[in-house]
Design a protein around this ligand. Structure first.
Ligand code: NAD
Length: 435
């Protein structure tokens, strides 16, 4: 009887496609019961042994294990189609094959989002730090297991050239410093991932692109929205015209700041106020989901008189963009109101609307369309991912497989040119044509 049971397992492993788990369990359950009864009858086992043997099997259920590192292991299915399926299983590269990142600047974004995200990356790993504070860097290095020899100050930054573990320099500094550290990083022969906005002027963006091209290194702007699944879904639905043709986009990104001494309120370091910091999401995401470039902009700008926050940079920018297809986008950004991060796309057969559209998490995507005498509204639930990890892994994949990133320096330059036109329109009170 025991022999028969083993035979069944072998048969199932060889023919796992044709024997379902349910069949397997019912079949083996019966054979265990029959085998056990036979054993008792023969006086081979006592009843205590019986319960241990019949309740627990150490035989693993079937799993498909593809050889390619990027193909996920496919585990035995157990959920019915009534529920959302889990998986696929993550496919991390072995640590010695992952791309090494040096993170420059240990402020809010690095400490709260990027360093934790690196721990969940599959193709990227943290190997070095750059900071102006020795004390802060020592603590962070200890937390993330970074060697003291891979910790650099802004003065010793260029020595990173000889650190063979560093493949990418991720610049997470105030906007006005992106250009300097991109050019120094490119000269050190490292690929560059630069936070948004890429720089403070289109001239600076062009210089950064030229420096990376001259050094033969890749340059990517950290536009995480391009790697965020809800936004990718919207792009796909618009591309497939699931709701017909897009006609109008309304986008808003606002928050409230309190510290007039912070670099975000200093023109030289920030480049501008709400527009380059958060309004940029409305601009870049609209271009991304529509897959179209605006041909004209018209803008208004406002700052509350006497508010020290807006001595150097603006509080509110509201602008419209006209696209060659006829689509109009209406965007607004503000540094002095309660947080709101949304967009809506009105199409001729329905609409799509995203709440928390540019937030780190919590995206809520809704759609509506007519169904006879009904209006069908639907919430499209998509599993959340870590946007920063997706973004870094995309860049690492481009490096490993010698591909161009989806958001190269040219993407940052395009936004900068449009932002310059938006400011010009607000100043001059008239629409500005874009080439
Ligand atoms: P932060 O002020 O929290 O951190 C900036 C870091 O730069 C600090 O560690 C600071 O010490 C260092 N620094 C070096 N030289 C400095 C100087 N001269 N003045 C001020 N600080 C100096 O800022 P943050 O919110 O982490 O933003 C950093 C960058 O990341 C900015 O470009 C910002 O636009 C971008 N950002 C992107 C996202 C995103 O979702 N992709 C979110 C937030 C910020």
């Amino acid at each position: 009887m025991v022999f028969y049971f083993n035979y069944l397992i072998l048969t199932m492993n060889e023919d796992k496609q044709s024997l379902s788990r349910k069949d397997f369990l019912s079949f083996t359950g019966k054979s265990i019961a029959v085998g056990a009864m036979g054993s008792i009858a023969l006086g081979v086992v006592n009843p205590d042994q019986l319960s241990a043997q019949s309740d627990v099997s150490t035989t693993s259920p079937t799993a498909r294990v593809p050889a390619a590192p990027e193909d996920p292991i496919v585990l035995e299915r157990w959920k019915s189609d009534v529920d959302q399926q889990s998986g696929p299983t993550p496919t991390p590269l072995p640590p010695d094959q992952r791309v090494g990142y040096a993170v420059v600047g240990l402020g809010h974004l690095s400490l709260e989002e990027i360093l934790p995200a690196l721990s969940s990356c599959k193709k990227s790993k943290l190997v070095a730090l750059v900071s102006g504070s020795r004390e802060k860097m020592a603590k962070v290095a200890a937390q993330y297991g970074i060697k003291p020899s891979s910790c650099y100050s802004y003065e010793s930054f260029d020595q990173i050239k000889s650190n063979t573990e560093v493949d990418v320099i991720y610049i997470v500094l105030p906007n006005g410093l992106h250009k300097e550290y991109t050019i120094r990083g490119a000269k050190a022969g490292k690929h560059i991932l630069c936070e948004k906005p890429m720089a403070n002027s289109s001239k600076d963006c062009s210089d950064m692109i030229a420096a990376c091209s001259k050094a033969g290194v890749k340059l990517m702007v950290a536009y995480r929205i391009h790697y965020q699944p809800h936004n990718l879904k919207v792009k796909e639905l618009l591309e497939n015209k699931t709701f017909g043709n897009a006609k109008f986009v309304e986008a808003c990104n606002s928050q409230s700041s309190a510290n007039p001494d912070h670099w975000r309120h200093k023109k030289a370091l920030a480049g501008g106020g709400a527009l380059p910091d958060i309004g940029l999401y409305c601009l870049n995401t609209t271009r991304f989901i529509l897959a179209e470039e605006p041909s004209e902009v018209f803008a208004y700008q406002y700052s509350t008189p006497g508010n020290p926050l807006f001595k150097e940079v603006e509080e509110l920018v509201s602008w419209q963009m006209r696209f060659p297809s006829g689509i109009i986008a209406n965007c607004v950004t503000d540094y002095n109101v309660h947080e709101k991060r949304t967009y809506t796309v009105l199409c001729d057969k329905g609409w799509l609307s995203m709440d928390k559209a540019y937030a780190y998490k919590g995206q809520q995507l809704k759609s509506a369309k007519a169904d006879g005498r009904l209006e069908r509204q639907e919430e499209i639930g998509i599993a959340e991912v870590n946007q920063f990890a997706e973004e870094m892994d995309h860049f690492s994949d481009c490096i490993i497989n010698k591909k161009s990133p989806n958001t190269p320096g040219e993407e940052g330059l395009k936004d900068q040119i449009i932002m310059e036109a938006i400011y010009k329109s607000a100043r001059e009170g008239k629409p500005i044509q874009l080439k």
